[in-house]
Design a protein around this ligand. Structure first.
Ligand code: BES
Ligand code: MN
Ligand code: MN
Length: 444
């Protein structure tokens, strides 16, 4: 296939600013859905549906049937995360640009570039003997409400012999991976109110409570300096990975110093010191503050005691933890840890249960083989720190969910200057083309 033409096509997709969490981009999300729909028709889908929402529909496709062939459901998402801080982008997020063999754009790796790769692989290898189904959603970055509702109404949509999700990365260059767990997520806003209205800090300062100060204290009570989350019951369901798995992680190309210096690019790592960094990233739950609102943040100076302050926070959850339980635990902890003179409330925005995937079924061997043929190495078993809300629901019908991807760990997902290395894209198309051919051979 002509790489210039492919790149031009991917760039069209990347130019659509389909930021799902910002209502100002509703039209763009729809446009991205239409783009996916057009691609599905191009590869021969006789059914293409836009389901569940005008603005963020799930794009459903049913490929040309090959009688007797196995069914592969392909999942991906066309929505992307916001682009701020915009000033830090070297080239604008929705003007895809290649520098040094890397394609820079919001969504290049997460997940438009990968969806593109899965689709183009169907044409690349000559039509494989596979019954393709497609579920490409537009709300993955926002909790997947529309897709959850669809799967509840029509669970038969996920009936397949295997489900392929390419929304992750290699563990290092040259080291493809399949993932055995995903962390879950509980996203919330914690608001504290300390008085009816804002107050003059000269007239009232020294005696009136300050919402920002109370919020700061509440947040530091919820997570201690040593990294432990101080929510009663939070760790109860958490299990340490088996010894053999921890030992296998030591053989992965991961080095804590490199992680600090090249990836975090900070001065030091934090977290519960008695656990390795990989265990902290992959097998322990977290509590993070994403942003704090309230008080005066404009230009210049204003002497005011804010009456209200809000923190956006989230907790990553690990296997055996349950979103519903953690929501209750957080609400109870906030109630318990806020002093009497403060009104504290919690509002939950979205969330996801963690996922645990068995990687023993034959499809995983086929993917190993495809990776091995194309990159020289089979897929190593790893865990993922991130979340894909719908994965537990996808696997509920029993088909194995293959969590893999063609990104690299330094692709800067959700951050400025997100990129996808072109080598990863071209290799990826070959890998999936090979995988489809092998998969079609299983029963075809
Ligand atoms: N592709 C990521 C998930 C991911 C990232 C898995 C890195 C493994 C490694 C996905 O698009 C994502 O960012 N999900 C959100 C979900 C949330 C908003 C519910 C996440 O993890 O923050
Ligand atoms: Mn993604
Ligand atoms: Mn993402």
């Amino acid at each position: 296939m002509n790489r210039d033409a492919l790149l031009a096509e991917l760039n069209e997709f990347l130019r659509i600013p389909s930021v799902s969490t910002l209502p100002a981009h509703n039209k763009d999300c729809r446009a991205a859905a239409e783009w996916v729909g057009a691609q599905l028709r191009r590869i021969g889908c006789e059914t293409v549906e836009f389901v569940g929402s005008e603005t963020h529909p799930v794009v459903w496709g049913k490929g040309p049937d090959v009688p007797g062939a196995p069914t592969l459901l392909i999942y991906g998402h066309y929505d992307v995360q916001p682009t701020d801080p915009l000033a830090e982008w070297i080239t604008p997020p929705f003007e895809p640009t290649v520098r040094d063999g890397r394609l820079y754009a919001r969504g290049a790796a997460d997940d438009k570039g990968q969806v593109f790769c899965l689709l183009k692989a169907i044409e690349a290898g000559g039509r494989p003997a596979v019954n393709f189904r497609f579920l490409i959603e537009g709300e993955e970055e926002h909790g997947s409400e529309v897709l959850f509702a669809l799967l509840k109404r029509e669970p038969e949509r996920v009936r397949a012999d295997a489900i392929l999700v390419a929304d992750m990365s290699y563990v290092a260059p040259g080291w493809p991976a399949v993932y055995t767990t995903l962390r879950g997520l509980c996203y919330a806003e914690i608001t504290v109110r300390t008085s009816k209205t804002d107050l003059h800090s000269g007239e009232y300062g020294g005696a009136a409570p300050n919402a920002h100060e109370e919020l700061a204290r509440l947040l530091t009570r919820l997570k201690k300096e040593d990294g432990t989350v101080n929510i009663p019951g939070f760790y109860k369901a958490v299990k340490r990975p088996p010894k053999a798995e921890l030992a296998a992680w030591k053989k992965l190309p991961f080095n804590e110093k490199d992680f600090l210096n090249r990836r975090v690019q900070g001065k030091g790592l934090v977290g519960i010191k008695k656990y390795s960094v990989l265990e902290r990233l992959w097998a322990l739950p977290t509590f993070e503050i994403h942003g704090v609102l309230g008080g005066f943040t404009g230009q210049g100076a204003k002497t005011v005691i804010p009456a209200e302050a809000t923190a956006k926070v989230s907790m990553r959850l690990v296997p055996n933890q349950k979103l519903k339980t953690v929501e209750k635990q957080l609400a109870a902890a906030v109630k318990k840890l806020a002093p009497k003179h403060v009104t504290a409330s919690v509002r939950f925005l979205h969330g996801a249960d963690p996922a645990q995937i068995k990687v023993e079924s034959p499809s995983f061997k086929l993917l190993d083989q495809a990776f091995k043929e194309v990159t020289g190495r089979g897929a190593v078993r790893a865990r993922a720190g991130g979340s894909i809300p719908v994965v537990p629901a996808l696997s509920s019908a029993g088909a194995p969910v293959i969590l893999t991807g063609i990104g690299l760990p330094d692709d800067r997902l959700h951050a400025p200057n997100e990129k996808l290395e072109l080598k990863q894209l071209w290799d990826g198309i070959e890998v999936f083309a090979r995988f489809y051919a092998l998969f079609g051979g299983v029963r075809g």
